[in-house]
Write a protein that binds this ligand. Structure first.
Ligand SMILES: NC(=O)c1ccc[n+]([C@@H]2O[C@H](COP(=O)([O-])OP(=O)(O)OC[C@H]3O[C@@H](n4cnc5c(N)ncnc54)[C@H](OP(=O)(O)O)[C@@H]3O)[C@@H](O)[C@H]2O)c1
Length: 280
């Protein structure tokens, strides 16, 4: 039996890099994509260290290059004859109080985190429909289930991904295609540094939220962040599960936040968060 084929977006760092390695270790042939091949060194080194370099095929792909995505997926299918797993992982976070975020910044957030995942999925569906099999794994977030202060744009993009994926799963279940949402809490990846883009007006002296933003930034920097390997291993195990669930919440903080949201009266819940993040 030939290797199973996995295609993953955003493999230059974080979950994408680690998941590429875990999938390769599990025996998948992994088409690991990144928008800038100049950033492939970390993945190359990790693959060599794990003795899986020959299982990886590293290619350039920007998920907002929408017109190019169908031809890109077709080229993968032409080369390997099939596509078993798509991991929609690429993402970043626009940060800043909602009042300060420009509409164009909100739109850019959606282009990658929502439309990028949608467009990749639409490009993969014809092949998976033909095969009558395939896993589509969306890297969402606890912020897709729970609004988070100062990342309203990020939270909105992940809520959109949650709703779209939940609907899609109902539509493609009978075709043998499994749609899965992975919802991590805080894990130590580049999204907290390089991947967090402050809204242009959010840090200006003219922002009415500047002092609260600075207090919040310190509170977020102090949050404990876990080892991202847990998320990569989870995604690799979902990829091998013939009957995965719709949702996988990962990280104690994520589980705690959702439990508190469900148990506490909403007014207590938001007060608790405002105190914790020092945004009152
Ligand atoms: N870490 C967490 O605490 C956490 C929690 C919940 C959910 N998530 C989600 O996990 C996913 C991966 O993030 P991460 O935490 O691993 O952060 P990361 O280390 O910053 O990785 C993000 C990856 O996405 C890529 N990317 C960004 N825009 C792209 C585009 N237009 N096309 C292709 N690739 C693009 C980045 O590429 P470049 O190297 O070129 O920038 C990078 O490879 C994201 O969807 C994020 O929302 C993370």
């Amino acid at each position: 039996m030939p290797d199973k084929i996995a295609l993953i977006t955003g493999s230059s760092s974080g979950f994408g890099l680690l998941t590429s390695i875990e999938l390769a270790k599990a025996g998948f042939r992994v088409v690991a994509t990144m928008r800038d091949l100049g950033r492939r060194e970390r993945l190359d080194q990790a693959a060599t260290a794990a003795h899986v370099a020959s299982q990886l095929d590293i290619r350039a792909l920007d998920v907002t290059d929408f017109d190019a995505l169908p031809a890109f997926v077709d080229s993968v299918v032409r080369d390997y004859s099939r596509l078993d797993v798509l991991v929609n992982n690429a993402g970043f976070a626009v940060a800043g109080f909602a009042e300060d975020i420009k509409l164009e910044e909100l739109r850019l957030q959606f282009e990658t985190n929502f439309f990028g995942a949608v467009a990749m999925t639409k490009a993969a569906l014809p092949t998976m429909r033909r095969q009558r099999s395939g896993h589509i794994i969306m890297v969402s977030s606890i912020s897709g289930l729970h609004g988070a202060a100062t990342v309203s744009s990020y939270s909105a993009s992940k809520h959109a991904l949650e709703g779209w994926s939940e609907s899609l799963r109902m539509e493609v279940n009978s075709l043998g295609i499994k749609v899965v949402l992975v919802e991590p809490g805080a894990f130590q990846t580049d999204i907290w540094t390089r991947g967090a883009v402050m809204g242009e007006n959010a840090t200006k002296e003219t922002s009415p939220n500047l002092q609260r933003s600075l207090r919040m930034r310190d509170a977020v920097a102090a949050l404990p962040k876990r080892d991202p390997i847990a998320v990569a291993r989870l995604i690799a195990s979902i990829a091998q599960d013939p009957n995965p669930k719709l949702r996988y919440l990962v990280g104690r903080d994520a589980k705690m936040q959702l439990a508190l949201k469900r148990i506490l009266p909403w007014k207590w819940h938001e007060k608790l968060i405002a105190n914790f993040l020092k945004i009152d």
